[in-house]
Design a protein around this ligand. Structure first.
Ligand code: AMP
Length: 427
């Protein structure tokens, strides 16, 4: 059976890689895909947000299942378009995808259904937002309502900084329509973690735990990126905390979505802050995280095609099976990223890197030109490895990285070190 993967980054390469392992899958097609996905199957040059063209393609090709990587097509309503035509697609409807597409909607759902989250107010008038910030004082968090490629959140240390953020978002409209409204919320403190489940709208199965690394430099310094690395399992979530998240976050929000008439199907990702008062939700995402997906999918033993199909058909598998090993994903980025970065640099050494035991290199921002592999994005490659523990997984990934080269390549050297500290192991 043919499977279509929508998107073209490292997460989508990992999804395609895992789906291609299913005995039921005859071909994996990426839209638009990337050179890594092309090696597993083929790619079609259709934009992930051109939902009509994607549905036309799926009809014409007889695609059995479509799996969507990024949030934008989900928020655009790709699932509604496919379902209208009787095509199977894994992901939430447009209405359900508002859990990520609108922070105001998401926060209001949390308030209505008792999900612990930072105290907040929603504003569509910048003057009122500024007044509120002045009254509340700093630190305070300002969030653009809509999708802003992960850049719409400002954790302001001062009132001035918060006011500046409100003006940028609501007056200068740096994120366009996404800034018509803002959520202003209390600043939370603690360690961040993410918790992901797959759900058919009724039931859910948890994914293994994972933790990502957002800041560009070692020690969580420097500006935030899309994510510089991840590892799984992430011992930050104890079994007790996992139970708390399931009971206080996942169950009530899924029930709330059903009650509102928009059952949530697909991957629900809760971004969490472990505070002294317990777990609180920072945000929901409606798809796999990137690069957590790469770390998670390396450990998944279950057949992903079967898992996704079972969720789409409302007969979710009972559980997921995971390799006992620890996995790690280290992102290799272009010079300048997350700011303005360079493209078109020659990449070498992937084959050599993949000779290190367990190492798989996913493509995130690459392109092929005249038989050469070139950089084509801020995040270029994802080096993943497994190990009996985080120490071994790290050794393998970083050994593989030594063999890869492109001009301006940079990466974090401390991916997974938090896990080491937590386990009481020092390197
Ligand atoms: P979000 O996209 O809402 O997850 O926000 C992006 C990042 O901003 C999070 O990963 C946190 O590091 C930070 N953040 C968001 N909301 C808060 C908050 N209420 N308090 C402290 N930090 C926050």
């Amino acid at each position: 059976m043919k499977v279509l993967v929508v998107g073209g980054g490292g997460r989508e390469h990992a999804l395609a890689w895992k789906l291609a392992q299913s005995p039921k899958v005859s071909e994996v097609i990426g839209a638009p895909g990337n050179p890594g996905i092309a090696k597993l199957g083929r790619c079609v040059q259709i934009s992930p947000t051109d939902v009509k063209a994607l549905a036309d393609f799926a009809e014409k090709e007889g695609i059995e299942l479509t799996v969507v990587g990024p949030e934008a097509p989900l928020v655009e309503g790709i699932v509604d378009e496919f379902e209208k035509r009787g095509l199977k697609i894994f992901g939430p409807s447009k209405a359900a995808a508002r859990l990520e597409g609108s922070k105001a909607f998401s926060k209001e759902m949390m308030r209505k259904y008792g999900v612990p989250t930072a105290d907040f107010e929603v504003f569509d008038d910048p003057e009122k937002a500024i007044e509120f910030v002045k009254k509340k004082g700093a630190p305070i968090v300002v969030k653009a309502d809509g999708l802003a490629a992960g850049k719409g959140v400002v954790v302001a240390k001062t009132v001035e900084e918060a006011i500046e953020a409100i003006k940028k978002i609501m007056v200068d409209k740096v994120f366009g329509e996404a800034g018509n409204r803002v959520v202003i919320e209390e600043c939370l403190f603690g360690e961040e973690a993410s918790y992901l489940v797959i759900t058919d709208g009724e039931r859910f199965v948890p994914l293994a735990t994972a933790q990502d690394h957002k800041a560009v430099y070692d020690g969580d310094r420097g500006p935030n990126t899309g994510g510089m690395g991840a590892y799984s399992p992430a011992p930050v979530l104890s079994e007790e905390l996992e139970k708390e998240v399931q009971e206080k976050v996942i169950k009530p929000i899924l029930e709330g979505m059903r009650k509102e008439g928009h059952p949530f199907k697909g991957v629900l990702y809760a971004g969490l802050m472990i505070t002294d008062e317990g777990v609180k939700v920072l945000e929901f995402n409606v798809r796999f995280g990137d690069p957590e997906a790469q770390a998670l999918l390396r450990r998944l033993d279950s057949d992903l095609f079967e898992v996704c199909t079972s969720a789409v058909e409302g007969r979710l598998v009972e559980e997921l099976h995971w390799k006992p090993e620890t996995s790690i994903c280290v992102v290799l980025a272009s010079r300048g990223y997350p700011g303005k970065y360079e493209k078109g640099k020659v990449i070498t050494g992937i084959e050599e890197a993949e000779k290190v035991p367990t190492v798989v290199v996913f493509h995130a921002g690459t392109k092929e030109e005249n038989g050469k592999l070139l950089t084509n994005g801020g995040r270029v490659l994802n080096v993943t490895a497994l190990g009996k523990d985080i120490v071994e997984a790290r050794e393998r990934a970083y050994e593989a990285i030594k063999r890869i080269h492109f001009d301006g390549m940079h990466y974090r050297k401390d991916i997974g070190l938090k896990a080491l500290k937590r386990l009481g192991i020092e390197e």
